[in-house]
Design a protein around this ligand. Structure first.
Ligand code: FAD
Ligand code: NAD
Length: 461
C-alpha cells in the first residue's frame, strides 16, 4: 500500500482522540485517526455509557420494586420482573448508536479513519496493521490517545468468573452472588446496580473506608444506602485467592471464604502503554503515565498525549477538553491548559459530585476557608421527590468569599455539576451565587442556600 501522509495522526478514537480529530478536521487540518477497536473508546463502549445505562435500568427496576405492596405515595404494583438479556441488549443498542455517531462525526469533519492497530516506527512514522495489510503513515504531529485498561491483581488474574468492568457490563444474566474487589468508582457504581437487580453483593475495600478519595461527610449517605440495599461492605479487607467458587479474604476478622458466582475486580486502571510500541519511544514518564506539559506536549517534539494515558484524573471530559485543546494549538491558536476545575462525579446512590477543593484539601494547603452546607432535607424539591438525603457544601476563601470548591451528595446532583464548575470557572464569590435567582422548587436552590449560609444569611434553615 502506498504511504499516507498527514498533518495530524491521532492514535485511539476514545474521547481524547476522537474529540481531537473532530476539532482538527473542523479547523481544516489534514487528519487521520487510527482505532484498533470500535470508535468511542473505553468510555463509550465499555465504560461511562454502558455503566450509566445499566445503572438507569437497575434504578428503574428497584424503584418499581418499592411500589410492590403498599407505598406511602399511594401507588401499588405487583412485583416487577426483569428480562436481563433484553436489558443487556438495550444497553448494547445505546452503545451502538453512540459509537456510530462518533464515526459519523469524524466523517463529517473530513477526518480519514483507519481501522487497525498502530505501532510507532519513529516519532513521525506509524505503521497500522489493517485488515488489508500494513499501512505506513507519516505525520507532522502525532497525538497519543491510547487510554487505559483495568489493573489486575496478582492473586486474582482475569479470566473465567474473575471479571473486569468490561465483562461485568456485558453480562446477560444477573449473578446470584457477586463479590466486588475495590470500593471505588467502578466497584460501587456497578456493585450497586447489581444489588438493585437482585444480586447478593459484597464489596471488599483495602482502605479503611469506601471511596477513600472523598471525605466521610460525602460518602456517609452512600454507605447508608448500601446498607439499606443489603450490600455487605468489608473495609481493610484484601482478596487472597480464588478456589473456583469462593474468594479467600483477609480482614481484621481473620481469614474467611466468600462464595461467589462472579468476582468483579475494580482496583484502578493503568495506562495502555504496552500498545503502539510506546515504550520504545522513551518518552519522559510521570510514574506509569506519559508526562505532558500545559499544552499536552510530551518530551518528543511533535508528539502529544491526551486522556487517561497522561494520568489522573482519568475522566472522559478531561480527555475531551485536552483533545480539543491540542487540535486548536495545531491549527495555530493560542491555547494552554487553564481550567480552574474538572468536575468528578461518582454515579453511586446517591450521587457524589466534587469540583475544586474540599475542606480537607484547604486544610492540607493551609488555605483559610469558610465552609457552609445546606441539607436536602430542608429543600422542597427533595421532599417532593422522596429523596432528602445529602447536601450541597461550598468552600470559599475566608475574607473575600471566592468559591474554591463545591461538593454535593444526593439524588440527581450530577446535573448540578455544571453550575458548580461554571461558578468556579467564572470566579464567582458566595455573594454572586447568593444573589442569583434560583428557580423554585429545584435542588439547585441548595447551592444558593449553602452560599447564603456561608455569608451568615441562611433563609430556609
Ligand atoms: P480510551 O477511551 O481508553 O480510548 C483509547 C482508545 O485507543 C481505545 O478505543 C483503544 O482501542 C485505542 N487504542 C489503544 N491502542 C491503540 C493502538 N495501538 N492502535 C489503535 N488504537 C488503539 N469517565 C467519566 O468521565 N465518567 C464516567 O461516568 C466514567 N465511567 C466509567 C466507567 C467505567 C466502567 C470505566 C472503565 C471508565 C469510566 N470512565 C468514566 C473513564 C473514561 O472511560 C476514561 O476516562 C476515558 O475513556 C478516557 O478516554 P481516552 O480517550 O483517554 O482513552
Ligand atoms: P478507583 O481508584 O476509583 O477505586 C479503586 C479502589 O480499589 C480504591 O478504593 C482502592 O483503595 C481499592 N483497592 C486497591 N487495591 C485493592 C485491593 N487489592 N483490594 C481491595 N481494594 C483495593 O478505581 P476504579 O473504580 O477501578 O476506577 C478506575 C478509574 O476509572 C477511576 O479512577 C476513574 O478515573 C474512572 N471512572 C470514573 C467514573 C466516573 O467518572 N463516574 C466511573 C468509573 C470509572
Amino acid at each position: 500500500m502506498p504511504d499516507l501522509a498527514c498533518k495530524l495522526l491521532v492514535i485511539g478514537a476514545g474521547p481524547g482522540g476522537y474529540a481531537c480529530a473532530i476539532r482538527a478536521g473542523q479547523l481544516g487540518l489534514d487528519t487521520i485517526i487510527v482505532e484498533a477497536d470500535r470508535d468511542g473508546g473505553t468510555c463509550l463502549n465499555v465504560g461511562c455509557i454502558p455503566s450509566k445505562a445499566l445503572i438507569h435500568a437497575a434504578n428503574e427496576f428497584a424503584r418499581l420494586g418499592t411500589f410492590a405492596g403498599s407505598a406511602p405515595i399511594g401507588i401499588s404494583l405487583s412485583e416487577p420482573r426483569i428480562d436481563f438479556a433484553r436489558t443487556s441488549a438495550w444497553v448494547g443498542s445505546v452503545v451502538d448508536r453512540l459509537s456510530r455517531g462518533v464515526t459519523g462525526l469524524l466523517k463529517k469533519a473530513g477526518v480519514r479513519a483507519l481501522k487497525g492497530e498502530a505501532r510507532f516506527r519513529d516519532g513521525k512514522t506509524v505503521v497500522v496493521r489493517t485488515a488489508e495489510g500494513e499501512q505506513r503513515v507519516r505525520a507532522e504531529n502525532i497525538v497519543i490517545a491510547t487510554g487505559s485498561e483495568a489493573a489486575a491483581l496478582p492473586a486474582l488474574p482475569f479470566g473465567g468468573d474473575i471479571i473486569s468492568s468490561t465483562e461485568a457490563l456485558a453480562l446477560t444474566e444477573i449473578p446470584k452472588r457477586m463479590v466486588v474487589v475495590g470500593g471505588g468508582y467502578i466497584g460501587l457504581e456497578i456493585g450497586t446496580a447489581f444489588a438493585k437487580l437482585g444480586s447478593t453483593v459484597t464489596v471488599l475495600e483495602a482502605a479503611s473506608r469506601i471511596l477513600p478519595q472523598w471525605d466521610h461527610a460525602l460518602t456517609g449517605p452512600v454507605m447508608h444506602r448500601l446498607e439499606a440495599l443489603g450490600v455487605k461492605v468489608m473495609t481493610s479487607a484484601t482478596a487472597v485467592g480464588w478456589s473456583g467458587s469462593a474468594l479467600g479474604v483477609e480482614s481484621r476478622d481473620g481469614r474467611q471464604e466468600i462464595a461467589a458466582d462472579k468476582v468483579l475486580v475494580a482496583v484502578g486502571r493503568r495506562p495502555r502503554m504496552r500498545t503502539a510500541g510506546l515504550a520504545d519511544l522513551h518518552l519522559t514518564m510521570l510514574g506509569d503515565f506519559i508526562r505532558i506539559d500545559e499544552r499536552c506536549r510530551t518530551s518528543m517534539r511533535g508528539v502529544y498525549a491526551v486522556g487517561d494515558i497522561t494520568g489522573e484524573p482519568m475522566l472522559a471530559h478531561r480527555a475531551i477538553a485536552q483533545g480539543e485543546m491540542v487540535a486548536e494549538l495545531l491549527a495555530g491558536r493560542s491555547r494552554e491548559w487553564d481550567k480552574v476545575a474538572i468536575p468528578a462525579i461518582c454515579f453511586t446512590d446517591p450521587e457524589i459530585v466534587s469540583v475544586g477543593i474540599s475542606p480537607d484539601d484547604a486544610k492540607a494547603r493551609g488555605i483559610e476557608v469558610t465552609v457552609a452546607d445546606f441539607p436536602f432535607r430542608a429543600n422542597g424539591r427533595a421532599l417532593t421527590t422522596e429523596r432528602e438525603d445529602g447536601f450541597v457544601r461550598v468552600v470559599a476563601e475566608a475574607g473575600d468569599g471566592l468559591l474554591l470548591g463545591v461538593q454535593a451528595v444526593g439524588e440527581g446532583v450530577s446535573e448540578l455539576s455544571a453550575a458548580f464548575t461554571l461558578a468556579l470557572e467564572m470566579g464567582a464569590r458566595l455573594e454572586d451565587i447568593a444573589a442569583t435567582v434560583h428557580a423554585h422548587p429545584t435542588r439547585s436552590e441548595a447551592f444558593q442556600e449553602a452560599c447564603l449560609r456561608g455569608l451568615g444569611l441562611p433563609l430556609h434553615i
